[in-house]
Design a protein around this ligand. Structure first.
Ligand code: F6P
Length: 532
């Protein structure tokens, strides 16, 4: 295992604490721009497929310099190289972490032969199914959960402009029958391909839904399960036992939340076709090269990861809101929740010692402009400071130019409003036609004041294409690696999901028997009520 000093045991950490007290705590964005007309240029960065404006954040070049020193002291670059070389970074499970190998061009990455053998086989299958006149397939149902769901579920709508017009995609994840029931109601067995997506092929929700799908298929006249069910899994044996013999495999060195590049990406490939799927991989690979070769000072994923540490541990911001100004990215916040919070929601270091500092923030959000009409009120005038990440796309893939201009204006305006705010003097001078005539001007102005100085990052893509989306997702993966490496945690295990699974297995038979022996008072009381 690659060792390095934990962030809080470095000299840069102590220096950052001093810097925070002297300049960070009272940092004011408006003053920073007034002081430095070159701030936008010096704090904006290019990476493959995107441009990032970090200038509306609570930092300056001195902060960045110290954060880069922190990265060096924590041996970020050496850790990155070890990760990319396939060292067993997931030390609690003794596994390498090599999702980057899935998007490396043939002959260049670890396990290249295996990776490209499955990729070619999968993409050949994809082209057969996409020939809908011959395959007869009109509906693809992906049954999977967590990492076996969120990636495809996020990418397919994001790339809607590239999706096969004769195919409709459904994603069933929840063990709640309200998820699968409305999907099955609209299907015919002969027109449907089910993908059972599960790395382990043991996950309760996925196995239960797969059984429901198979029973439905047979009850509704389906005749050839072997043609209408395929599996994407590392557990080929279990898939065969289920009755599936078309299986696209992957490997234990692909983490669930990093798996959309593997066979788990089958629904994506079916949606956008082989060529575009290869472009998605190539976009991610370009970001991998950027991360692997660019000095930390200009390395965008590394800089964003460092900013996350600065905000979480020094400013103590507890969450980050993601606002994609592209409706296709509506599932990006949910995807990032798993990527970031399952990876970095940890409270012990690599040696198992409790951490004296905070790790993953809460990641949440909705597409703009919808979020503006819901929770942005709190971002502007609430008591917490929540950094916002705006994702803007220059060119739409629809013909409604006027709508797109309005969308862009909204995204830019929100970032501007968060930063500039509005003083009570400004508010007092303004007319407020909808305000109550019973209130005096000064009191009203207090309600209409915006503190401003609220930080945001803006990521700008030229267009949302397979290539730029691949780069964007890889950017987030490496950013999460960076903050996790600095925090000295294992970003690649997820023991926190185990306890609930085990307790569910204990409770399941009790729901039939009503036996509450040995349960805590609350669970026993609730169990009695749900079974009454
Ligand atoms: O919820 C835990 C988890 O293991 C995730 O990490 C994973 O993506 C998901 O369950 C699904 O697991 P599988 O692909 O093995 O069904």
């Amino acid at each position: 295992m690659h060792t390095a000093p934990r962030c809080d045991r470095t000299t840069a950490w102590a220096a950052l604490q001093g810097h925070y007290q002297a300049h960070g705590r009272d940092f004011d964005l408006r003053e920073a721009f007034a002081r430095d007309p070159g701030r936008f240029d010096s704090l904006s960065f290019e990476a493959p497929g995107l441009f990032a404006d970090l200038s509306k954040n609570h930092l300056d070049l001195a902060t960045l310099k110290l954060l880069c020193e922190l990265a060096r002291e924590c041996r970020l670059e050496q850790r990155r190289d070890a990760l990319l070389a396939g060292e067993p970074f997931n030390h609690t499970e003794g596994r390498a972490v090599l999702h980057t190998a899935l998007r490396a061009p043939k002959g260049t990455g670890p396990f290249s032969d295996e990776v490209h053998e499955v990729l070619t086989r999968m993409l050949n299958f994809v082209e057969e199914v996409r020939d809908t006149a011959n395959s007869g397939i009109k509906h693809i149902v992906n049954i999977g959960i967590g990492g076996s769901d969120l990636g495809p579920q996020m990418v397919v709508p994001a790339l809607d402009a590239f999706v096969h017009p004769g195919l409709t995609f459904h994603f069933v994840s929840n063990v709640d029958g309200h998820d699968i029931a409305p999907v099955l109601r609209r299907l015919k067995p002969a027109e449907t391909l089910f993908i059972i997506a599960s790395k382990t092929f043991t996950t309760q929700e996925t196995m239960a839904n797969a059984q429901v799908a198979k029973a439905w298929f047979l009850q509704h006249g389906g005749t050839d399960t072997r043609r209408h069910f395929v599996a994407t899994t590392t557990n080929v044996k279990a898939a065969a036992e289920f009755g599936i013999d078309t299986t696209f495999g992957f490997w234990d060195w692909v983490g669930g939340r990093y798996s959309l590049w593997s066979a788990i990406g089958l629904p994506i490939a079916l949606a956008i076709g082989a060529e575009h799927f290869r472009e998605l991989l190539a976009g991610a690979h370009a970001m991998d090269r950027h991360f692997a070769t660019t000095p930390v000072e200009r390395n965008l994923p590394a800089l964003l990861g460092l900013l996350d540490v600065w905000y979480r541990n020094f400013h103590r911001y507890t969450s980050r809101s993601v606002a994609p100004y592209h409706q296709g990215l509506k599932r990006l916040p949910a995807y990032l929740q798993q990527l970031e919070m399952e990876s970095n929601g940890k409270c012990v270091d690599l040696a198992g010692e409790p951490l004296p500092y905070a790790t993953s923030p809460v990641v949440w959000g909705e597409p703009g402009t919808n979020g503006q009409h819901a929770y942005f009120q709190m971002l502007h005038q609430g008591t917490d400071v929540i950094p916002v990440e705006f994702i803007l796309v220059k060119q739409p893939t629809h013909p409604y130019a006027d709508l797109h201009t309005k969308l862009l204006a909204n995204g830019l305006a929100q970032a501007q409003a968060l930063m500039l705010g509005k003083s009570s003097e400004q508010a007092a001078q303004e007319k407020a036609p909808t305000a109550s005539a019973d209130l005096d001007r000064q009191t009203l102005a207090k309600h209409r004041t915006f503190p401003g100085n609220r930080p945001s990052t803006t990521l700008l893509l030229d267009q949302l294409t397979p290539g730029s989306l691949g780069a964007l997702i890889a950017l987030y993966e490496h950013r999460v690696f960076t903050s996790g490496a600095l925090w000295g945690i294992n970003s690649f295990d997820q023991w926190g999901v185990e306890l609930g699974k085990a307790l569910c297995n204990d409770l399941l038979p009790r729901l039939s028997s009503g036996n509450v022996d040995g349960l805590d008072g609350s669970t026993a009381g609730l169990l009695k009520r749900v079974t009454a």
